[in-house]
Design a binder for this molecule. Sequence first.
Ligand code: C6P
Length: 409
Amino acid sequence: MPNWSNLRSDFPILHQEVNGKPLVYLDNAATSQKPRRVIDALVRYYERDNSNVHRGLHTLSMRATNAYEGARTRVATFINAADPAEVIFTRGTTESLNLVAHSFAKKLQPGDVVLTTEMEHHSNLVPWQQVAKATGATLRHVPVLGTDAEGGLDLAALDSLLTPQVKIFAFTHISNTLGTINPVALLCARARAVGAVTVIDAAQSIGHGPFDVRAIGADFVAFSGHKMCGPTGIGVLYGRRALLDALAPDETGGGMVVSVNYESASWKPAPERFEAGTPNVADAIALGAACDYLEALGRDAIAQHDGALARLAYDQLATLPGIRIIGPRGERSGLVSFAFEGVHAHDIVTFADEDGLALRGGHHCNQPLMRKLGLTSTTRASFYVYNTEQEIDVLVASLRRILKFFGGG
Ligand code: C6P
């Protein structure tokens, strides 16, 4: 087990005051902080190795290429992909989901169904809406159960929704708004039984616990580096090799072609086929360092730590007058989302900032779900490896102060 409180010294940003109070960073679902090891990997690359990749025969270019491809292999082991070529570097989850949606769009036709769920982030909803509009395919959603979505996905509804017409089943592993952990292996098995391709949005899960693409049986998986101790601007689309080889690229240009004449071009296999232009070399290398960091902590240990903090926060928040906590009451991921009648989430976040707290308030890119729950916004506290039980005390004390100010509590 890592020593969770010593580990805070790995994160330089945490050692500061905000508004005269120690920073309590509880906005990890939006983006995580970066350990020294990841920052050093970026600096080292720019100070020693910076060069373009796959193009040069000089020493720096070869070093950069080796480090970039080494990062691909590192990410492949992190998710237990069968082959590094199944790892495509993108800008993040959003770009990964768009890549697969737009590439698949060329294969869909009227009568086909794309299935998502009612708890999808806009990134795993809007691209599919666009694809459905462009192809005439139908978009359907697995419902969430309960007035506070506490019942998770309606798995019984899969019996009628997962028909042979479903070509793609796209779902999130962990809801960024509810903290629900979906049974991804089961969903993949159910989809496979009707011949549907699965697309997992792993933005909120990949850095928070074990993730084995082969054990889960996933076809495509999208995630972002910046939510897992890595830099912004880098993410991954994992795709099963056979599926990637059958997909047309969405973006074309240099680096992804075998041969070009004035009229036409032919494509390299994956991953190059999907990485047109100069890639984000430095951030890919630093993402590899983030994988090392998380693996050294232990993926199971991280899941236990974050889940325990979220359950503790849930229990303490539940004592606040007038609070409505959404999402599951038992097992949940490392976040808690809540609302108070008559106090807007933006006010809570602004007032909590006076106490050094970083929270997020809003619809969390989940507008349809919010509407379904009769909410416009929630306040969200989200935890990661460096957060402590004492920080939950600070959160609860701050909320008590804010509620008093607004005439509640
Ligand atoms: N959620 C949050 O505060 P990008 O922005 O591409 O790195 O990730 C998009 C995304 C996709 N799916 C899920 C489940 C997500 O949570 C996110 C990002 C942030 O909750 C920003 S809205």
